[in-house]
Design a protein around this ligand. Structure first.
Ligand SMILES: Nc1ncnc2c1ncn2[C@@H]1O[C@H](COP(=O)(O)OP(=O)(O)OP(=O)(O)O)[C@@H](O)[C@H]1O
Length: 328
């Protein structure tokens, strides 16, 4: 029998809480968030707008809101991010971790050629000019840009959204990061292009053995693409499970509601509906379970305390009565 040693995580978030100053004292935005990403793994971070997905991954790069207070531990490739100095964080963002955002046009300067954009990133990573040019052409080819040497002289405005997102991905991966944080990287693209960009990201991630966090509103997409999915609601993690497990048997009523709201690309249009009620910010949540006001299964016990994550089947779920079989 061979035993596999769990590789050291490239990203480890443990008990992360974050608050910002408000008129009447600190406003909590994240509470006790946990997340583990190992090399070669894709972890989905899913939840409605405002659930804390972006704040969590931005904190992993040391990009917290101004005057934010944090507690807990965030480690990226061994670096303790919450206590790291500016120089260490610059190195982290330059070499170890990269981020891809929703809107590729916001990530590149429209007045410069994409060659200049890529070469600059490589030079900042210590590569000389000639090597940087050659590597930039190689990267463009790898991400599927035709005639890459000519493409180097073109400006962002000459590319479609999908093609420009490929260029942004080439830039993000140019320094061979250990961790890629992809924040809704396909939301601004049309459906066919979305599928191509997702498949590009996952193939490059597997090839490089990087860890990837894939942030999305779309639980069906996350379940299909990710090894593990972390579901967030109102600044907390409410469920963690393997992608296929979540899809087959969601343990938290919020996860189930999200799945019902997203029947997938091929699902019947008529089945599309929103999760009832509106998503809350952490500071607005009631006592006990944050989701209980919107939950069809909640009872008095759910008001008593914030449920901890507990094992249920193949999931960890923060619910007193996890699993569809417990629901009316
Ligand atoms: N700099 C900030 N100052 C104050 N509040 C903030 C700041 N950034 C985010 N928030 C609040 O924190 C909560 C979580 O925001 P976050 O952007 O992480 O959500 P999200 O899940 O990524 O949402 P979306 O899918 O819309 O991007 C929201 O209530 C948001 O208004």
């Amino acid at each position: 029998m061979t035993t596999t040693v769990d590789p050291r995580p490239v990203l480890e978030v443990e008990g992360l809480s974050l608050s910002v100053p408000g008129h009447d004292g600190p406003v909590p935005l994240l509470a006790d968030v946990g997340l583990v990403v190992r090399p070669g793994e894709t972890v989905g971070l899913v939840g409605e707008s405002g659930s804390g997905k972006s704040l969590t991954i931005r904190t992993a790069l040391g990009l917290t809101p101004r005057r934010a207070r944090t507690a807990g531990r965030v480690t990226v490739d061994g670096l303790d991010v919450l206590s790291a100095g500016r120089g260490e964080l610059r190195e982290l963002r330059r070499h170890t971790a990269a981020m891809v955002f929703q809107d590729p046009r916001a990530s590149v300067n429209g007045s410069r050629t994409i060659g200049a954009h890529l070469v600059e990133g490589l030079r900042a990573g210590g590569v000389d000019r000639r090597q940087a040019r050659a590597r930039a052409v190689e990267l463009l080819e790898r991400v599927g840009i035709r005639e890459p040497a000519r493409a180097m002289r073109r400006h962002p405005g000459e590319f479609s959204g999908g093609m420009l997102q490929r260029v942004v991905i080439a830039g993000a991966l140019s320094t061979n990061p250990r961790l890629l944080l992809a924040d809704e990287p396909t939301t601004a693209l049309d459906v066919t292009t979305q599928a191509e960009v997702v498949s590009l990201l996952t193939s490059m991630q597997a090839e490089a053995g990087m860890g990837m966090v894939f942030v999305t509103h779309d639980l069906t997409l996350a379940a299909a693409v990710c090894d593990r999915v972390v579901v967030m609601y109102a600044g907390r993690v409410v469920e963690v499970a393997a992608g296929d497990e979540l899809f087959r048997s969601p343990a938290h009523p919020y996860t189930a509601a999200l799945l019902d709201a997203h029947p997938g690309l091929h699902g019947p249009r008529a089945a599309l509906r929103a999760v009832p009620g509106r998503p809350l910010a952490l500071a607005e949540t009631p006592s006990g379970c944050s989701f209980r006001d919107r939950c069809t299964e909640a009872d008095d016990a759910c008001a008593e305390e914030v449920p901890a994550l507990r094992r249920h089947g193949g999931s960890d779920a923060a619910c007193l009565r996890p699993g569809r079989e417990a629901w009316a």
